[in-house]
Design a protein around this ligand. Sequence first.
Ligand SMILES: Cc1ncc(C[n+]2csc(CCOP(=O)(O)OP(=O)(O)O)c2C)c(N)n1
Ligand SMILES: [Mg+2]
Length: 331
Amino acid sequence: MTDTLSTAVSHELDGNALLDAYRTMRTIRAFEERLHDEFATGEIPGFVHLYAGEEASATGVCLHLDDRDAIASTHRGHGHCIAKGVDVKAMMAEIYGRRTGSCHGKGGSMHIADLSKGMLGANGIVGGGPPLICGTALAAKQKGTGGVGVAFFGDGASNQGTTLEAMNLASVWQLPAIFVAENNGYAEATSSTWSVAADNIADRAAGFGMPGVIVDGFDFFAVHEAAAEAIQRAREGGGPTLIEVKFTRYFGHFEGDQQTYRAGEVAYARENLDCLKRFRARVTETGQVEAARLDAVDAQVADLIDAAVEEAKAAPKPTAADLETDVYIEY
Ligand SMILES: Cc1ncc(C[n+]2csc(CCOP(=O)(O)OP(=O)(O)O)c2C)c(N)n1
Ligand SMILES: [Mg+2]
């Protein structure tokens, strides 16, 4: 049975929690918009896939997580990393390929990981994350930690056998796992309306005997509420949930994508649907947070991103000798 959540109440979040949520979403947005500009200079090696527009998903889910919990991410992973608490400066240095980076500059954008934060890694393999989460969720269940595993994956990844097998296994073993399908409408240039053989990815949950929920991904509060229910159920032994979060990515599939396959939708979403604008309007209208406090967060985040870029550019690159370290377990 698939339910639709489009609005939700925010009464469980006090002013400080709302500010935390806003700070996380603003940090992701500022990080990504800055990377968009910096990538164009040619200084950043490798591929970069930006998460801007999708901030409410990572933030709304990860706000419920703590040190017991682990997440698996995708090639579009910066938002998941930031929301799970990975150091923003270390992430920026990693993307610039510097020794001070989260993986000592050897991974780059698509391989940022920080096991100390329960961030199991961005992943260049589409559909690579869900099976990992079965492992971490099984470990949590066996050890009785109360922890959960969350797999973020895209609409394209939702068609991968690895994802479907992981959902089946999670249900058979009643694992504390949450599958978050981030449906941004495209897998590279292929529309999900063309490639996903169902009206909704969440409808597939019924085939695996787990609840499926569809959420407006531009609405932080809707994501937060759906995630609260799924995570609580998982922690209490109630098994996995599939949450489909629907939205639009603001940039191309990768930086450099000419996006000839779409027109107009990004401008519309930025103007009318944007998660940060909606969040600000809601919490200021209800009087939960003053606009000046949100402005202060914007300024602090801008300073953090400036410093992160400046320090990343000044940091040393790995040397040839570094090739032989961190090959197996050191980090
Ligand atoms: C197993 C595998 N197949 C194909 C690719 C090439 N590829 C990289 S990203 C991508 C599209 C993924 O789309 P989606 O899962 O919707 O994530 P999004 O990029 O929209 O966030 C593809 C096909 C890959 N990296 N791995
Ligand atoms: Mg997609």
